[in-house]
Design a protein around this ligand. Structure first.
Ligand code: ATP
Ligand code: K
Ligand code: MG
Length: 668
């Protein structure tokens, strides 16, 4: 399959593929290079991406946004109420603490989990890419925020699977952009790496990642983030400001009218963008509610005042990232800005002030994450050869593995520490006489968002047998933080000491100076000497079964089937609409032609019959046939075409005849 990369944005997503020529961003069905991250539910079909955005204001209650914030979010988390503020759909938690969205779909109430919702969207992106590139898409590298926890990363991987994708790697967004930078920048040093600060401020969150980059290599040194700092906070602040103003000036309260609020929100985002290039911008909305037209304006300075509390936090992620990296601003060689919200002038200025240095814009602000992700996917692909590039990411939390204490000194070990790099593998040795369990936990769960599950995963290790002559089985457990940042046990096995005979190498007899061996003298032949060495060798593989925060295979498969049923339903609805439109169009063109170019090719009886059929079908279309099936539309079309094509055939053969005569005349 073609290597595929996704930058799943909270506002819009960008998709890219790797091909022999390089990495290309894939445009969607309306030729946009970014697709709104929206899943809408209708009476018949879902409206995902562009169509979801088009229908949003008229279907607020059933249009889900914020997919990335919701994905894998614990339904009991206090963050759910934060997300509810940005959502027009009713969100809640199910019994398993999954965040769910409650919507009406096909005329019935439905609840979809955040994993399903993300899967619907990812599947749409996949289908778009398949259509656009005319290739098979399976492997994907999905970019996610650096603050995604183990369960969110697992949820992201699960939603890929439900969408029929194979998540070969989950990567931190800014890391993906940094990889792209390292791969495509041509003037990187070969020895001493450059230290680059990447700053991504998007729709909902803000990340600063500091990396050391040289030719062919990148290492993340530190990262900091503000999970609640992005364009949507600016949009809210503007909308709230106008809500107050409109209440006073126009005596309307848009806060009581979701549709009106949503329209002002959309207009506020537009106004915000205008303010990035101008010092003042107008807002005008006709009949926003109660038939009232509103108009006003905002200056750049006023906006900066509205978001003052936010602006006071700009330095924090940078400070955190530098602290983790053990660097100061003066150590940074260059600053790269990405994400739509870094277009805001006061943010650019503040960032320049923080570093005391002008930023660069080497990377494409909107596309570098998706391109980096596609490259990373290609690195994992057996079919495409890419430039070798090594990179390591950084661990934001320490993780401890524990077991029931046996003869070992301790019952736990902090295996991966905050600030260490990954992927990485470590080996734990335990002495066991029975099967056992290993549990991985966040060492300091209080550093993670409230309601984060302390337990990352459990593994049951079975098949333990004590080797002959041993008191206990020496079990080696290979624990790994994999390239996606997930905590896994790669393998477990028993080792046992075995004796080997090893040849003892004789030192070559030193020749004493001045002494020469006489030729012909028989050299003393020594007996080869052996020694006995003891070595640990693997004697048995153990079974490792994982119980973690991933959906069981059967559930995944059911959800996969459900998703593809919904895709089929959407497709049928789209095709039905197409056939209906084709029928409608055929009625008009055939009627027109019958009075014009076809008029001499049908007899009166035929004309009368066809006219009546056209009229009847037209009436049917606006009546019973307004909401009919694909099959019926096709049948009606064929009914008309049977006679229509007969007349068309006569007309066409006459045209051909005339053409031939003309040609013959010319030749003569
Ligand atoms: P996130 O990374 O937080 O998940 P995202 O990737 O969807 O979100 P981006 O695509 O980087 O976010 O940026 C979208 C945000 O940038 C929106 O809030 C949008 O209003 C804002 N934005 C885009 N252009 C401008 C501009 N010219 N001025 C100000 N803001 C802008
Ligand atoms: K984006
Ligand atoms: Mg983004």
């Amino acid at each position: 399959s073609t290597p595929f990369g996704i930058d799943l944005g909270n506002n819009n997503s960008v998709i890219a593929v790797a091909r022999n020529r390089g990495i290309d961003v894939v445009v969607n069905e309306v030729s946009n290079r970014a697709t709104p991250t929206i899943v809408g539910f209708g009476m018949k079909a879902r409206a995902i991406g562009e169509t979801g955005a088009t229908q949003q204001t008229s279907n607020l209650k059933n249009t889900v946004t914020g997919l990335k914030r919701l994905l894998g979010l614990n339904g009991k988390s206090p963050e759910l109420s934060v997300e509810q503020k940005y959502s027009t759909v009713e969100l809640s938690s199910d019994e398993q603490n999954n965040t769910i969205a409650n919507v009406r779909y096909q005329g019935e109430k439905h609840s979809f989990t955040s994993i399903q919702l993300a899967a619907m969207y990812l599947n749409k992106l996949k289908l778009t890419t398949e259509k656009e590139t005319k290739s098979n898409i399976k492997d994907v590298c999905l970019a996610v925020p650096v603050w995604y926890t183990e369960s969110q990363r697992r949820a992201a991987a699960d939603s890929c699977k439900i969408a029929g994708l194979n998540p070969v790697r989950i990567v931190n967004e800014v890391t993906a952009a940094a990889v792209g930078y390292g791969v495509f920048k041509t003037d990187l040093p070969e020895d001493e790496p450059k230290k680059i600060a990447f700053i991504d401020i998007g729709h909902s969150s803000y990340t600063c990642t500091v990396a050391a980059i040289k030719k062919g290599e990148m290492k993340v040194l530190g990262t900091g983030y503000d999970k609640h700092f992005g364009g949507r906070d600016f949009d809210r602040a503007i909308t709230e400001y106008f809500a107050d103003e409109f209440k006073e000036k126009f005596k309307i309260d848009i806060r009581t009218n979701p549709k009106a609020y949503s329209r002002v929100l959309t207009a506020s985002e537009k106004l915000k963008k205008v303010l990035s290039a101008n010092t003042a911008a107008p807002i005008n909305i006709e009949s926003v509610m109660n038939d009232v037209d509103v108009s006003s304006q905002l200056t750049r300075e006023e906006l900066e005042n509205l978001v003052k509390p936010l602006l006071e936090r700009v330095a924090n992620p940078v400070t955190d990232a530098l602290k983790m990296a053990g660097l100061s601003t003066s150590d940074i060689d260059s600053i790269e800005l990405i994400g739509g919200t870094t277009r805001i002038p006061c943010l650019k200025n503040t960032i320049t002030e923080i570093f005391g240095k002008q930023f660069s814009t080497t990377l494409n602000q909107d596309e570098s994450i998706a391109k980096g992700a596609a490259f990373i996917c290609a690195m994992h692909s057996p079919t495409l050869r890419v430039k070798p590039f090594k990179f390591e990411d950084i661990n934001l939390h320490s993780v401890t593995y524990s077991w029931e204490k046996g003869t070992e000194e301790t019952d736990h070990l902090e295996v991966f520490t905050k600030g260490s790099n990954y992927p990485s593998t470590k080996i734990i040795t335990l002495y066991r006489s029975n099967d056992f369990e290993i549990v991985a936990k966040y060492s300091n769960v209080e550093e993670l968002p409230a309601e984060t599950n302390e337990v990352i995963g459990k593994w049951s290790i079975t098949g333990v047998e004590i080797p002959e002559n041993d008191d206990a089985a020496t079990c080696k457990i290979k624990v790994r933080q994999d390239p996606s940042g997930l905590y896994t046990i790669e393998e477990a096995y028993i080792v046992s000491e075995q004796e080997f005979k090893e040849l003892v190498e004789q030192p070559e007899e030193e020749k004493k100076e001045g002494e020469e061996t006489e030729e012909g003298e028989e050299a003393e032949v020594k007996e080869p000497e052996y020694k006995i060495v003891k070595k640990l060798v693997k004697t048995k593989d153990l079974n490792v079964e994982y119980f973690g925060q991933t959906l069981p295979a059967k559930v995944l498969n059911d959800l996969f089937e459900k998703e593809f049923k919904m895709v089929a339903a959407d497709k049928l609805v789209a095709e039905t609409e197409e056939k209906k439109n084709a029928l409608e169009e055929y009625i008009y063109t055939l009627r027109g032609k019958l009075e014009d170019e076809y008029k001499d090719f049908a007899n009166d009886e035929e004309k009368e019959k066809l006219s009546k059929m056209l009229m009847d079908t037209e009436e049917w279309l606006y009546d019973d046939g307004y909401d009919s099936t694909k099959g019926k539309y096709v049948a009606k079309y064929e009914e008309l075409a049977a006679l229509g094509n007969l007349i068309k055939g006569r007309y066409n053969s006459k045209q051909a005849e005339l053409k031939q005569q003309k040609g013959a005349k010319k030749e003569a």
